[in-house]
Each structure stands twice: as structure tokens, then as C-alpha cells.
Design a protein around this ligand. Structure first.
Ligand code: ZN
Length: 453
């Protein structure tokens, strides 16, 4: 049994003072506020729950910053994707593991304690299946094990290059499976995470572009209790192509043809009509928003005020991992709304007047739901996923309660994240992951090799 004592902590029921949290086998077994520390407790000023990063393609961390050069007169998501395909075309299994570990270290250092890895590279460099269908799933599991981040592995079903079952392109050769091979992949993925404490496996039909209606039905039939993640309506071209294919927009088609419910996470959902926003909110599915990547790729802006007014559930993901951070995703989510609406404090609504608190609570709730965590936040029976913030940091001077979150998200140049415990294991200390140097050394070696190749 380990004890943690915080002068102030954000519990599921709200902020509390003098909080003692007892942890055993990675779970919170008791929380007592208004008491005293016990001998041997870890003592810190401010405690908040770790957040789930609901959407990541870890390998893309290796190309962060490499796609910011104007190459044509009309750079877009689609030209970025060509560059990404060239990059993935050179990555070995070792490279994928090393880059994932680096991404996971950076996630933990910013306060993410679980990742939803939307994992779609399955085959070798030539596109041939590995002898072990779970080869790369095992690499992701190894990166999770080495860094301590909680894992919800989402093996992706990917079969086509566009709506209507178009044959895949050569840049997609490492992603493609048929349904038989996909069920083998799911089994192999379950074996890959079997030794990982708290790990889960969900399903991910890649998008309506990459999966036919018949295949979507077959994949969803494998889902059980979920989670089920899908990319949807990220780009206007995708919406236009979907309309040309079936006469409906992607979200509209999905709600008409799939049993969308709380098990689902609809990643992006950027281009949604008010009716689609209402259907998404009513379904109980999570809107998987990836604000930094959506800004980087020029996707567009999700209609958050409309979604909030319908009590929709959202969470945040780092997606392309071009930049990794809890606070930067939440800040970008709010700032995109302010710029679009020429207004301030857009996400806060109802009783929550603090924008930071509304953003943080939303991401905590939606992220947990999307990654299959039944008890998110600091609560008895939940995972001991805890983040301490440095109460001595200038940005948090004199702050208490929700002002801590507002100032962390909007006012801190340097991250105030001090220590992070994932399922009770201390993985970040003084703002640095305990394996930061070793992981970064291997990452530098891999990237230098990839860039010379
Ligand atoms: Zn994505």
C-alpha cells in the first residue's frame, strides 16, 4: 500500500484540501480529505487526474516538423498524407517501437496517463504480412510497457483507398487486411497486451473511405463491449466524396447504417451539420477531437458550442503527435472556437464558469469513456493515474481550485507538471520521465537513420 498526500486535489467530486490517496496494485483504494499525511506518504502541493489521450498514431511523432515546408501551390491534408506514406514506407519494426516509446514519454511528461493507439501499420516494408500478425502490436505494447503509459490498443481495419471499395494504393500496402486476417490481428493484439496491466483492445474501422459497408458490419460485429473508433468527416473533400458515393454526408450515413452508441468514438467529426451534431450527442458516442493536429492539417473547426448545448461528450487526442501536450490540446480547442466566433470563454457552460475546468473535465470524462476506462478521475476503485503540478511554478502563483487549471492551460510557458504516476507507478519526476535519456537516445538514432535512408 502506498500513500499520497496533496494540499489540494481535483477529485471526481471536485476540489478538496488535505487529500490522502491510498493506492494498492495500481488502484485507488481510499481517498480521505481534510485529514493528515501519514509517515512515508509522497507529499505534493497540487494533484489532478491523468488524462486519456484518445487518439494517437505514435509513429507519426518521428516526422513532426518535417511537413512544414511549402511544396506545392496547394498544400493540404492530402499532400501531407503522401509525405507520411513515404515516411512510414521506411520504418522498420524497431523504428516503430522506438518512436512510439518517445511519443509515450512525451505524453506522460505532459499529464497523459493512457493512450488510445489507433494502430494501422501491420505489415513489413514491402507490404507482406509478418510471420507473426501481432508483430507490430507487440512493438506498441513494448513501448507502453517500457514507458508505463496505459494502453488501449485499437487495431485498425483498412482495406481500400476510397469510397466504394477502391483498390488500395501502394503507399497503403502496410495497412491493408481482409476480414480473416483482421480477426487474426485482433487475436494477436489481445495476446500482445495480455501481460500489460490495465491494457485493453478495441476495434477501429479506419474510416468510411477505407472500409465498405459490408466490412464495417463485420468489424462492428466483433466489437463486444467496445471500444470502437473510426475517423470521420475530417476533411471537406471526404464529405464531398461521400456524398458523391452514397448521397449522404459521412456522419449522416454512419448514423443511418451503424449502431453508434457509447462504445463509439468518432474521431474528428469536424464537418458536421447541426442535425449531425445532435445525432452525435444523442448517441452518447465520444467526439474524438484532436485540436492541434486539426489545426496543423487545416481540417476545419468542430462546432463545439452546438455540441455542448446538446450535452455531447468530447475527449482529446494528439493524433499526428506533431506536438504533444494536455494543455496545448485543450488551449487549441478553446482558441479555435474563439477565433471562429470572435468570442471568449466558449467551451465553459452551465454551472462551470471556468474554461480550464470545463475543458479538463470534458477531456477526462470523454477520454476515459472512449478508451474503455469505467472509473476515470481520482476516485476509489479507479486507476491510480495521478499528476502533480508544481505549486511553486510562477504560472500557478497564488492560484487555487479551478484557477489552477485556467493558468496551467492558458498561462504557463513552462509546463508545471511535476510528477506523474501511471497506475500507481511513478514514471515522471521533476517533470522528466524516468527513462527520458535512454528513450531519447534510441529515438535520435532511429530518426537519424530514417532521414539518411
Ligand atoms: Zn488519426
Amino acid at each position: 500500500m502506498a500513500g499520497f498526500f496533496f494540499d489540494e486535489a481535483l477529485l471526481t467530486r471536485g476540489w478538496a484540501r488535505d487529500v490522502r490517496i491510498a493506492v494498492e496494485a495500481g488502484l485507488i483504494v481510499s481517498i480521505v480529505s481534510g485529514g493528515a499525511a501519514e509517515p512515508g506518504d509522497e507529499r505534493h502541493g497540487i494533484g489532478v487526474p491523468g488524462i486519456a489521450n484518445l487518439h494517437s498514431h505514435a509513429f507519426q511523432r518521428g516526422m513532426a516538423g518535417l511537413a512544414e515546408i511549402r511544396a506545392t501551390s496547394a498544400d493540404s491534408f492530402w499532400t501531407w498524407r503522401e509525405l507520411m506514406y513515404r515516411f512510414v514506407g521506411r520504418m522498420t519494426a524497431d523504428d516503430i517501437e522506438v518512436v512510439a516509446a518517445q511519443a509515450y514519454v512525451e505524453m506522460l511528461e505532459t499529464g497523459f496517463t493512457r493512450v488510445g493507439e489507433f494502430h494501422y501499420i501491420h505489415h513489413d516494408l514491402t507490404g507482406d504480412p509478418y510471420a507473426n500478425p501481432g508483430e507490430l502490436a507487440e512493438r506498441i505494447a513494448a513501448a507502453s510497457q517500457a514507458t508505463g503509459i496505459g494502453l488501449t490498443l485499437l487495431p485498425v481495419f483498412y482495406a481500400h483507398a476510397g469510397f466504394g471499395g477502391r483498390a488500395p494504393a501502394s503507399g497503403q500496402r502496410r495497412f491493408v487486411n481482409d476480414l480473416d486476417r483482421y480477426s487474426q490481428l485482433i487475436e494477436a493484439s489481445r495476446r500482445a497486451v495480455a501481460g500489460l496491466e490495465g491494457a485493453l483492445v478495441g476495434l477501429a474501422p479506419h474510416s468510411l473511405r477505407a472500409v465498405t459497408p459490408r466490412e464495417l458490419d463485420a468489424v462492428v460485429a466483433l466489437a463486444g463491449a467496445g471500444p470502437i473508433h473510426i475517423h470521420i468527416a475530417e476533411q471537406t473533400r471526404e464529405v464531398d466524396e461521400c456524398i458523391a458515393w452514397c448521397g449522404q454526408r459521412p456522419l449522416q450515413w454512419l448514423f443511418d447504417h451503424a449502431p453508434v452508441d457509447r462504445r463509439w468514438c468518432l474521431v474528428h467529426a469536424t464537418h458536421a451539420t447541426p442535425m449531425e451534431i445532435r445525432a452525435l450527442a444523442d448517441s452518447g458516442a465520444v467526439a474524438g477531437l484532436c485540436p492541434v493536429t486539426e489545426a496543423n492539417l487545416g481540417d476545419g473547426t468542430f462546432n463545439a458550442p452546438e455540441f455542448n448545448s446538446q450535452n455531447g461528450v468530447f475527449g482529446i487526442g494528439t493524433d499526428s503527435n506533431v506536438l504533444i501536450g494536455v494543455s496545448c490540446e485543450l488551449r487549441q480547442l478553446e482558441y479555435a472556437q474563439r477565433l471562429a466566433l470572435m468570442a471568449r470563454n466558449v467551451i465553459a457552460s452551465g454551472d462551470t464558469t471556468s474554461t480550464g475546468r470545463a475543458l479538463f473535465d470534458g477531456a477526462l470524462r470523454g477520454g476515459s469513456q472512449a478508451l474503455g476506462v469505467t472509473r476515470g478521475g481520482l476516485t476509489e476503485g479507479g486507476f491510480a493515474d495521478i499528476v502533480s503540478l508544481d505549486a511553486e511554478s510562477a504560472a500557478l502563483a497564488g492560484r487555487c481550485g479551478d484557477a489552477i487549471l485556467d493558468s496551467w492551460i492558458f498561462g504557463a510557458n513552462r509546463s508545471p507538471v511535476d510528477c506523474v504516476w501511471a497506475r500507481g507507478r511513478k514514471v515522471v519526476k521533476d517533470g522528466r520521465h524516468v527513462s527520458r535519456e535512454r528513450v531519447a537516445r534510441r529515438f535520435r538514432g532511429a530518426i537519424e537513420g530514417l532521414l539518411l535512408a
